[in-house]
Design a protein around this ligand. Structure first.
Ligand code: ATP
Ligand code: MG
Length: 451
């Protein structure tokens, strides 16, 4: 079973056939009791109708590691129409490549027909269409082997076969799972060129799982990172949420910086923290990320508005030398710095209005904390965005980015004042709302953004 990983070979138009490693039921830890009822229903119904049916991707990876998967994806040799014929609660989605979604209320099991590899000449000719990072031709179905080899990392290309409960491994993923290794399938440069977002995914999975990025997979990242400039800002927004709002933001941020990726996501912030001699800006970001991680891991609601407000704060301060401590601020210059920082950022990573508006409010309220007048403070309590802006001030204080004593004064006054709005009570995050519409599971209110 512990065979060497097989090389990824692509001849002119077809991949050379390779033998998978089959890991039998008694040699892996995945059991049906850990798979959701709905995923099992889909797998069995496909199998009983005579089709191949496999659990694939993050579900197999996470179960193998004893983790709870976010969701379950199924791969099959049945065409989307054949899948639809088996399930009343099934909808076909996607224009270029059709996928079947089998619905049970909020829970959706995604069923994908095995996809063919894109021949290299076609990928190079620029005829590719990328949808969710996968290179697509219109509904070109393939074999399980082709489906495996077009996935990104070896650990994401394991197939749990419902017919005999074995795991099918075409790329050496099981060995990499055991070794704690993030390794791209195939030639890293080719794979990054096909889809530069894979560089971000490498860092994300490494931080999430506590794995090392394999040397060959890591090597091209610093010089290929600039390819991220060509990725649509809306897709990068989704990726940033997955990177920084999934509970390992601190580690992920460090890894993004180390690999030279952060500056393609937050260019002005990256420059600002590089130029910052005292390290207060980076300490501010680390605190903001740590507080978000804590909330995520306690299953309390979080919002991108608060974290993005923090992530861009260094970029705003960089334009307002002397405004770090926020005394004597010129409102007009401040407004201008905010607008410029936001505009620059939106060219890189699109931030939907429903988050950028509260961000602006959090920032705009900061100069109003520049007082120790109880009367003014009470007036500020009534602002709907008070709580988020106040949490933001506390972070500034902790990082030495506020006038000494100011945050403490506010903490004291807010804690002891009957008029202060209370922190939003902790409530459990909803599970199951998968592939959220760009919100990425971030359903909290801004009032509730930081601990
Ligand atoms: P997560 O726990 O974050 O959902 P995941 O592995 O399930 O991790 P998804 O983004 O949900 O990640 O993608 C599902 C699967 O699709 C992956 O496991 C991988 O096999 C494949 N995949 C996703 N994105 C890419 C990509 N950019 N290039 C190649 N394969 C990809
Ligand atoms: Mg997934």
């Amino acid at each position: 079973m512990a065979q060497e990983p097989k090389p990824f070979i692509v001849s002119d138009s077809q991949s050379q056939s390779i033998e998978p490693t089959i890991i039998p039921r008694d040699e892996h830890v995945i059991s049906r009791s850990q798979i959701s009822e709905h995923a099992l229903t889909v797998l069995y119904r496909l199998k009983n109708a005579g089709y191949g049916a496999y659990l694939v991707g993050g579900g197999v990876r996470d179960l193998s590691l004893g983790r709870e998967p976010k969701d379950f994806d199924v791969a099959t040799d049945a065409t989307p129409d054949e899948v639809k014929a088996l399930f009343r609660n099934c909808r076909l989605i996607g224009r270029r490549f059709r996928l079947a979604h089998v619905h049970w209320g909020q829970d959706i099991i995604e069923v994908a027909t095995f996809r063919a590899l894109t021949p290299p000449e076609e990928a190079e000719a620029g005829t590719r269409v990328v949808e969710d990072g996968m290179i697509l031709r219109d509904n070109v179905y393939g074999t399980i082997e082709e489906d495996a080899l077009r996935r990104d990392f070896t650990i994401n290309a394991l197939y749990y076969n419902i017919a005999d409960f074995s795991v099918v491994d075409y790329a050496g993923g099981m060995a990499d799972l055991k070794a704690g290794r993030i390794r791209l399938i195939g030639d890293p440069e080719v794979r990054y060129r096909e889809d530069p977002v894979r560089m971000l995914r490498a860092v994300r999975f490494a931080a999430k799982l506590g794995f090392q990025i394999d040397a060959e997979t890591a090597k091209p990242i610093p010089w290929m990172a600039e390819l991220l400039d060509d990725i649509p800002p809306a897709r990068l927004f989704d990726e940033v949420l997955k990177l920084l709002m999934a509970g390992q933001g601190v580690e992920t941020f460090e890894a993004l910086r180390q690999n030279g990726l952060f500056r393609y996501l937050f260019p002005a912030t990256d420059t600002a923290i590089d130029d910052d001699e005292h390290g207060a800006l980076i300490s501010f970001l680390a605190k903001a990320l740590a507080s978000t991680d804590k909330r995520v891991n306690e299953e309390r609601p979080v919002t991108p508005a608060f974290l993005f407000a923090a992530l861009l704060w260094p970029a705003i301060l960089a334009q307002l030398p002397g405004a770090r401590l926020q005394t004597d601020i010129n409102r007009e210059l401040f407004e201008q710095a905010v607008t410029e920082a936001l505009e620059r950022q939106l060219r890189q990573v699109a931030i939907p209005k429903r988050f950028s508006l509260p961000m602006r409010e959090i920032w705009a309220l900061q100069p109003r904390f520049d007082t120790r007048s109880e009367k003014k403070a009470k007036r500020l309590f009534t602002h709907p965005r008070f709580r988020a802006a106040y949490d933001f001030l506390l972070l500034r204080g902790e990082a030495g980015l506020a006038e000494p004593g100011l945050a403490e004064w506010w903490r004291e006054f807010t804690t002891n004042s009957a008029d202060a709005p209370p922190p939003t009570p902790a409530r459990r995050r909803r599970r199951g709302g998968r592939r959220g519409r760009g919100g990425g599971g971030a359903n909290g209110s801004a009032e509730d953004a930081s601990g």
